[in-house]
Design a protein around this ligand. Structure first.
Ligand code: PNS
Length: 162
């Protein structure tokens, strides 16, 4: 049986911390779906199609394995996507206890809804302080975001925010 997992997120934009988790998770599963999901609790900077295309480009540039696919999901529950593609695991990157507190109720609800398990992965501590919201803020104020994001994202945001 193929082991299929989903890494969901807003990816607005994808950061080096996300890429690190994606790369680690890709080594653990036969197929890894990186899923861009609209989060109504957040004000988006980039349209979903742009986030998908920056993810695809960043994953390709980083030379990640071919078992990683990028998709988006905007109708229904996250676990509906998991059922549709035969994924039994969600992978979430955890930077701190705050992330654990935020993710734990969702993990339990997703398991109750569709028997989809959640695995928490620790990124490289070098990325522990990096978040998309911080990147959006620094980019919006004209700062250098290149230490935090893949090169494709840095050049896209620096071009589009001038
Ligand atoms: O990168 P983010 O914004 O922290 O990602 C949050 C996301 C999109 C993974 C989260 O909002 C989510 O899981 N949304 C799916 C909606 C859903 O299915 N909710 C019900 C079960 S928790």
């Amino acid at each position: 049986m193929r082991r299929i997992a989903v890494v969901p997120g807003s990816f607005d934009p994808v950061t080096l911390g996300h890429l690190d988790v994606i790369e680690r998770a890709a080594g653990l599963f036969d197929e890894l779906h990186v899923l861009v999901v609209h989060n109504p609790a957040k004000t988006a900077l980039l349209p979903i199609t742009q986030r998908v295309s920056l993810l695809e480009r960043s994953i390709r540039d980083a030379g990640l394995p071919g078992n990683v696919v990028v998709a988006s999901w905007s109708v229904g529950l996250l676990v509906d996507y998991c059922v549709e593609v035969g994924a039994s695991v969600l992978v979430k990157g955890i930077r701190s206890q705050i992330d654990v507190a935020y993710e734990t109720p969702m993990a339990i609800v997703n398991r109750n809804l569709a028997a989809v398990e959640t695995i928490f992965m620790l990124p490289d501590p070098a990325h522990a302080h990096v978040s998309s919201s911080l990147v959006r803020q620094v980019a919006g104020l004209g700062g250098d975001i290149s230490p935090y994001v893949p090169p494709a994202v840095a050049s896209y945001l620096q071009r589009s925010m001038v």
